[in-house]
Write a protein that binds this ligand. Structure first.
Ligand code: VGL
Ligand code: ZN
Length: 208
């Protein structure tokens, strides 16, 4: 298939800290890069997200005395997994993977920049109310179908796909253009949620 002018490729968090050797490495995360570069050629509209945390961010275990990475705590907006410090603003870990072809992107959405709230989704922060502005961009530009790729399948890709679908957009996750962390069955949970919400899951082979 060839993407239409109403389609957008949403590339989630293909940053050094989510690739091998990074602070919050997704297994084989960097392997999405050639696939994303290839399918991006099909799209007139490409949007990137960039996880972009201040050093004192609430999602970092290091900012909670006595807590370890991958524990879950309760915050006023709900449960929050504590992560190793990652994608700190201005560090090389927060930069896009060097082989990601970013020149085609028309928009880079930075998220997670408020110290007191995390943002997995590209559309809303983890309180599910604070907008990033991306939904307004998609609506104003009349982009109707969102193809999602990137890292991590079971966190930021999942929440972005869910929010786009709930906002009434058509959504397809390009499965082989994603990799997941898989904490406590979180990849299976993501697939269940995609089925429940009507998010399609497809292969990059559908694109020429
Ligand atoms: C992500 C955990 C923390 C992601 C970002 O990009 O999936 N996961 N921050
Ligand atoms: Zn993060």
């Amino acid at each position: 298939m060839k993407a239409s002018d109403r389609d957008v490729l949403l590339v989630i968090d293909v940053q050094n800290d989510f690739c091998t050797g990074g602070a919050l490495a997704v297994p084989s995360g960097e392997r999405v890069v050639p696939t994303i570069n290839r399918i991006a050629q099909n799209f007139a509209n490409v949007v990137l997200t960039q996880d972009w945390h201040p050093r004192d961010h609430v999602s970092f275990a290091a900012n909670h005395a006595g807590r370890q990475p991958f524990q879950t705590i309760e915050l006023d907006y709900g449960p929050q997994v504590l992560w190793p410090s990652h994608c700190v603003q201005g560090t090389s870990g927060a930069e896009f993977h060097q082989a990601l072809e970013i020149t085609r992107a028309s928009l880079v959405v930075r998220k997670g920049f408020r110290p007191g709230i995390d943002s997995y989704s590209a559309l809303f922060e983890n309180d599910h109310r604070t907008p990033t502005g991306l939904l307004g961009y998609l609506r104003e530009r009349e982009l109707k179908t969102v193809f999602v790729a990137g890292l991590a399948l079971d966190y930021c890709v999942r929440f972005s796909a869910e929010d786009a679908r709930k906002a009434g957009l058509e959504v397809a996750v390009i499965e082989d253009a994603c990799r997941g962390l898989d904490l406590l069955g979180s990849i299976a949970a993501a697939h269940q949620s995609f089925r429940d919400l009507g998010v399609s899951v497809m292969s990059s082979e559908a694109f020429q």
